[in-house]
Design a protein around this ligand. Sequence first.
Ligand code: ADP
Ligand code: MG
Length: 605
Amino acid sequence: MKAQAITPPARATRTAMLSRRQISLLVLAAAVPLIAVLPLPDFWIAQLNYIGLYSLTCLGLVLLTGIGGLTSFGQAAFVGIGAYTTAWLTLNTGISPWLTLFIGLGITAASALVLALITLRMSGHYLPLATIAWGLSLYYLMGNIDALGKYDGLLGLNSLSFFGVDLGQGRGFFVLTWAIVLALAAALLNLLDSRAGRAIRSLSSGAHMAESMGISTFRYKVIIFLIAALFASVSGWLFAHFQRTVNPSAFGLKMGIEYLFMTVVGGVGHVWGALTGAALTKLLDDQLQVLLPRLIGTSGSYEVIVFGIALVMMLKYQPDGLWDFVARRLPHPQREVDWADAPALPESAKPAAGELLLDVRAVRKEFGGLVAVNDVSFQVRAGEIVGLIGPNGAGKSTTFNLVTGVLPLTSGAVAFRGQTISGRRSRAIARCGIARTFQHVKMIPDMTVLENVALGAHTRGNKGVLSAMTRVDRAEERSLFKEAQRQLERIGMGPWLHELAGNLPMGPQRLLEIARALCSDPALLLLDEPAAGLRHKEKLALIEVLRQLQREGMTILLVEHDMDLVMDVCERLVVMEFGTLLMEGTPREVQQSPEVRAAYLGTEH
Ligand code: ADP
Ligand code: MG
């Protein structure tokens, strides 16, 4: 009876079921031709065309700002690049617009790349300011170039035609625009649910965790910046042939702000938020422009005032946008386990027991005048569990950060399996086979436990953004998820696979971090206070996990305050106090040392 209940669902049901995402995309895709043939007034088709054009840029902003955490006020400039490229080329050279689309994308990519390399290393408010700066300068550039018609722009473009059929400004254009919107929305949804997508979703929670998983956060920032710019450029291309004229006012800073406004109102963290925001703003804007002057009795741009107030209210009461309000009320579908028969990921050759694994040689870290780690040396051999202990502020976490490259050394060296690793970036060190957890758990709360743990296997896959968008990455994804599940089950987290990580109690959160670290196939595991915040039972389970890992040949360096746990599982202890190494020895020797007692109890000796 019981065995039957836990049998995984049969394959047939699995393939027959469509995910909620697939259903919503199919419904929308069916709606596009339907709307085109319905006898809707042309006015509404035009409205939908504008909404589609705005949605494209907003989709890019969802990825860049909502998911990646990089705020941009400058997207309108990329719309402008796409629009001006096609306008100038089609007017002056007669090239087909279907070709100028790609030339525009090329120019956009090149300029976005230059901007990205200059600005994306900036943090805090500097990046948004930089986006304002380029938004402004591109506007004036477009307005001052003679060949681009200065502030009057370029007039008399042809509308798009498709195999001789003029798409015009109405239904034909509507079908094209919305086919592109839905295709790019689908591509974005695919991307977010992939190896690259998990890396992108980790960007907004600080770089340390992602880099420690071997991810180049800068690379992914550049990638999402490029994608957002390219989406905007497509919108510009369509826009130019829709309006059949381009001028700088549509691509200035004001529009850049409006795109961000739309996306935030719609729900900057959700792909559907982009469409919601574009639709809501466009429709409200039009209604208010007619209604308000009638209500007030004089003409004027009152809608701007209403929008300003609405935005403030929105940010206060529904900061995550309208779509977020909807998304929270939708049931959270559970990911289907379709990786049971996926091939296992290859594993690296493990060091032989007793091999010198980690050699910490006189490492030193000064923070201004404070010497947090004072010429500390110790070694860890393969197969050992070594405890690094000491009172609060002794420099244990800092030592971890020095070993894993999270912080640069002031002096000293660290070698791993005979190679000097100090001086390398943390993601390079991670790729050597060192995995870690953090004293303060670092995870992505709105990803499931399984997805968080799969992030740990990032370096064991290689599928990129394009494979993800087109879904040709599925075979690798299944292997990554299979590995994530295996590691979670290895440490007793099997029942939590599909839970959102943010909903986990403290104990399972720490186990999630251990599973994520294990997922990288490490030779050495550094655990920073894994038992902190755990209840008694969870602690016993953790001890069991550590023992089991050791039996399986894992080497562990452990920072822990819980003396029972340390004495129980460690073969050797390294004791630190005020940044210096106080002593090294077996748990028994350490327990009997008067210096160590003094350090812990604060008694004079
Ligand atoms: P432990 O993990 O042993 O409790 P830490 O390594 O976190 O200790 O800290 C050691 C000392 O270094 C503490 O005095 C702490 O305040 C200081 N410290 C840690 N990180 C920084 C930092 N980024 N900047 C300045 N001081 C720091
Ligand atoms: Mg610490």
